[in-house]
Design a protein around this ligand. Structure first.
Ligand SMILES: [Zn+2]
Ligand SMILES: [Zn+2]
Length: 408
């Protein structure tokens, strides 16, 4: 099969820029809990852009790959086509779990048990026909201190499929059954399932603290920022303030016409272009004015920009929450005394998704209307054949794309 891979450096040279398409054998069931999913669509995210560009932080990660060359891609949707014996039992239990809240599915399962379903010769065909799937691509050890406490998102031995091990930008991907998520029929469109990994990051960031009825600042209005706005709104945030900064390649007018316009559709009350002095001042002025000089309950940092940290520090209320998803390059100074200790701020570093708490929260919001909204507003801007991945990355570089899907 054709797979998109990150070629490793040769003869001690630097990691090459870009990705390659190569021929690879199709994955097969090797362990009893293996599941093979036929990929309907993969999606490109910021991490993939870093891999494409051989960004420093990812170069370190990629040096730890356990397959060579590694198939890239950790966001995808697809259909299950094969599963090991243990995996079948697990998937049957998942189907029954799902049926508890799904009447149509419950009807299909009449007079069956999870065990009898798993034993049916047509079980795999049933899965393939009735469900879309995706998977949590952080494969965790299950035995470290954090895993034993149920904190899988911070497993010390995490293998990320699509970074350290073969991912999903290929016709088939193999995942452990425990990581699989199932979606019955058209429960959620496959286009959305394709990037639930990324949406999960935004959800994890926004939901790190209670959000219902709260005021929120979202710093950074890229793909993650936009999703954070939508998630915050659907989760019941009271006021949402958004920042971004225009620059030479992405003008103020373009920022207003595109990202800020979409952020407002998703529920932002005010958007500020921090590259403009007056708007930067208006950001804190507006928040303080509207919150009786208190500040926002929650700030979500989605940009990784130093200035955004400073901006957040100016508007988080005493006792508020600061959730950090954006990845700054290098180190920066933090005034712990003033900005964290004396203000009683809680800081959350956000890595991956809580398994499966974040997935469940996200699924609920998607079904409540978030999925429909993302589809209707054209959040998926590109759907390209897998081979045209370069075009997809170019679209992201231009700043015009939101989610780009690659279809094998
Ligand atoms: Zn991602
Ligand atoms: Zn672990």
């Amino acid at each position: 099969m054709k797979a998109i891979v990150k070629p490793k450096p040769v003869d001690g040279k630097d990691w090459p820029i870009g990705l390659q398409i190569v021929d690879k054998p199709e994955p097969i069931i090797e362990r009893p809990n293996d599941v093979i999913i036929e990929v309907t669509a993969g999606a490109i995210c910021g991490t993939d852009v870093g891999i494409y560009n051989s960004k420093d932080s990812l170069r370190v990660q990629m040096a730890r790959t356990i397959t060579d060359p590694v198939t890239v891609g950790h966001e995808f949707s697809g259909r299950i086509v094969d599963a090991g014996k243990q995996a079948r039992a697990h998937l049957a239990r998942l189907v029954f779990e799902k049926a508890k809240t799904n009447h149509g599915l419950k009807k299909l399962l009449r007079r069956k048990t999870a065990r009898s379903l798993a034993a049916e010769s047509t079980f795999l065909k049933f899965l393939e026909k009735q469900f879309f799937s995706t998977a949590e691509m952080h494969v965790t050890c299950g035995t470290c201190y954090q895993c034993l406490r149920g904190e899988f998102h911070v497993c010390r031995n995490t293998i990320i499929k699509g970074v350290h091990d073969d991912g999903a930008w290929a016709p088939y991907v193999k995942v452990p059954a425990e990581n699989v998520r199932l979606f019955f029929q058209r429960e959620i469109p496959y286009e959305i399932i394709s990037f639930m990994d990324a949406l999960g990051n935004a959800t994890h960031t926004v939901m790190a603290a209670p959000i219902k009825g709260q005021s929120v600042a979202v710093l950074g209005c890229g793909v993650q920022g936009l999703m954070a706005v939508a998630v915050a709104k659907w989760a019941g945030a009271r006021r949402i303030y958004v920042t971004d900064a225009s620059h030479q390649e992405f003008s103020h007018e373009k920022l207003l016409a595109r990202r800020f316009a979409l952020a407002k559709l998703y529920g932002a009350d005010h958007c500020f272009d921090m590259a403009i002095t007056e708007e930067r001042a208006a950001f804190s002025d507006t928040i303080l004015q509207e919150t009786d000089n208190t500040g926002v309950d929650v700030a979500c940092e989605m940009s990784g920009s130093y200035r955004a940290y400073e901006d957040a520090a100016r508007v988080i209320r005493m006792g508020g929450t600061f959730s950090l998803l954006g990845i700054p390059s290098g180190t920066m100074q933090v005034d712990f005394a003033k900005n964290i200790i004396f203000s009683g701020i809680t800081v959350h570093g956000i890595i991956g998704r809580r398994v499966f708490q974040t997935w469940n929260q996200m699924e609920e919001l998607l079904k409540a209307g978030l999925a429909k909204q993302l589809m209707k507003t054209g959040f998926v801007t590109h759907q390209l054949p897998l081979e045209q991945f370069d075009q997809g990355f170019a679209a992201i570089r231009s700043g015009d794309a939101y989610k780009v899907l690659l279809k094998p």
